[in-house]
Design a protein around this ligand. Structure first.
Ligand code: SF4
Length: 452
């Protein structure tokens, strides 16, 4: 049973040293009770108190690690029902299904798509995460061959899927060091799966026919010493599965019900044969509340929107996404190319740089650190103002890259032009650019280094 803030406070050192990032031990205790702080943040907790506080300080949904190195990821660790309450923590992992009855050529194609379908957006690499290797033949040799092939051809994390623990074990022997997720322990196989997971130190999925049975399986796994568990309620209809996801999330977060306090795995690949519908179902589970979703295949046209949706949902709403301050070269600019300045809100940067690129006129783009605020918000907050921009421009090193001394500011920030000119000095000319990024190409086409 979770402890109250007061009960936790009694076990803290009560020195109010603030090293944990909050001003008092009481405030830290309250955060721990709400699952919003990590006990490790306090360096002074005694071992005795640490053991007692472990349950209270753990997030209501246990974070579970799958894979190692570049292919490693975490799922779970969530503390809220709704993203706007705080933030969602570990992104939904996307897996592609590969079976041991597929031809080698088909297996290779899927692994190739898993490895190569990658997109950069707002400075983040977006890609699918896991290969779900499934024994459909029931043959241990065929499964081992599939696992061997996948291990050789991808660094991505792995899910080993087999009904029989004996079949799964043959695959696990080949990749235990990659810490795959073992899928799935049922009420019949829980003990054998627990033994495999314990020996290999891997996470294990629990599958049941409904939530009540699932509690029985997770309880048995927990009693066997398994901590890292992933939940599958067995539902394969869209409605049933969505309902289950919501029930599981509420049970974990609102009731702090430990037997269901684990991340989940969902199977859009088993809910439809229509790829478009599968993408829509996947999209639903990204929002509510699939920790892992297994897709029947990866198609760039369907995967990309899912990855962007995932990025948006799992971005902390209290921390704007920001681009690094600096000089960005768009289209190979030269010393007589135009210079534009903007804020470091990632979306602003990508829209502005995209419009410059679209204009086919090479340019220098100066991105100033405004703590991730957009141009107008940063201007209103006093972070995108003439003197600050002037200091940034002088320090940026742009003067060593250009012959002219002209700088284009966003049209919405026209009022800062005087202050900026004053800060930069009389040899500079501040030009007012368009208000809308969409008008940048037309503006640049008219621009000349010698023009007024
Ligand atoms: Fe209290 Fe520990 Fe935080 Fe210091 S670091 S204020 S002792 S909880």
């Amino acid at each position: 049973m979770a402890l109250t803030g007061i009960a936790i406070f009694k076990m803290l050192p009560k020195t109010n040293c603030a090293e944990c990032g909050v001003p008092t031990c009481m405030a830290f205790a309250m955060k721990l009770a709400q699952g919003q702080a990590d006990l490790d943040a306090c360096p002074y907790v005694s071992d005795e108190a640490r053991a007692a506080l472990e349950e209270a300080s753990a997030p209501p949904i246990r974070p579970v690690a799958i894979g190692t190195g570049n292919g490693g990821l975490k799922v779970g660790g969530e503390t809220v029902l709704f993203r706007h309450e705080k933030t969602f923590v570990n992104s939904t992992a996307i897996a592609v299904l590969i079976t041991d009855e597929m031809s080698e050529a088909e297996v290779d194609k899927r692994l190739e798509r898993l490895n190569t379908l990658q997109y950069e957006r707002v400075g983040v690499i977006l890609k699918a995460d896991l290969a779900a290797l499934k024994s459909t033949s029931g043959d241990a040799g065929a499964f081992a061959k599939l696992v061997e092939r996948a291990v050789a051809k991808t660094e991505a994390g792995l899910i080993l899927m087999a009904d029989s623990p004996d079949v799964l074990q043959e695959g696990l022997k080949l990749c235990a060091d990659r810490k795959p997720l073992l899928y799935a322990a049922t009420s019949e196989t829980a003990d054998k799966f627990a033994a495999l997971a314990k020996e290999a130190k891997c996470a294990v999925a629990a599958r049941a026919d409904g939530i009540q049975d699932l509690v029985g399986v997770t309880t048995r796994l927990t009693e066997a010493g398994i901590k890292d568990i992933v939940l599958d309620t067995g539902a394969r209809s869209v409605r049933g599965s969505l309902e289950d996801q919501i029930i599981l999330r509420r049970a974990a977060i609102e009731q702090k019900f430990r037997p269901l306090g684990f991340p989940t795995i969902t199977f859009p690949c088993e809910m439809t044969d229509n790829p478009m519908k599968e993408a829509l179902i996947s999209s639903m589970f990204i929002a509510k509340y699939g920790s892992i979703l297994v897709m029947s295949d990866l198609d760039g046209a369907l995967l990309f929107p899912l990855l962007v949706q995932r990025l948006n949902i799992y971005t902390d709403p209290q921390r704007p996404m920001a681009t690094t301050q600096g000089i960005y070269e768009v289209g190979g600019p030269k010393e007589d190319s135009p210079v534009l300045v903007t804020s470091n809100f990632s979306l602003t940067y990508f829209i502005v740089s995209g419009e410059i690129e679209g204009s086919r006129i090479p340019a220098w783009l100066l991105v100033m650190d405004t703590e991730g605020l957009s141009v107008l918000t940063a201007w209103a907050a006093g972070k995108f103002v003439g003197d600050a921009i002037g200091i940034f421009v002088k320090k940026s090193g742009i003067v060593d890259k250009i012959k002219h001394r002209k700088i284009i500011i966003p049209g919405y920030a026209a009022s800062i032009s005087g202050d900026l000119e004053e800060e930069l000095g009389s040899d500079w000319q501040v030009q007012i650019g368009p208000r809308e990024a969409a008008h940048i190409p037309a503006f640049l086409k008219m621009w000349t280094p010698n023009g007024g």
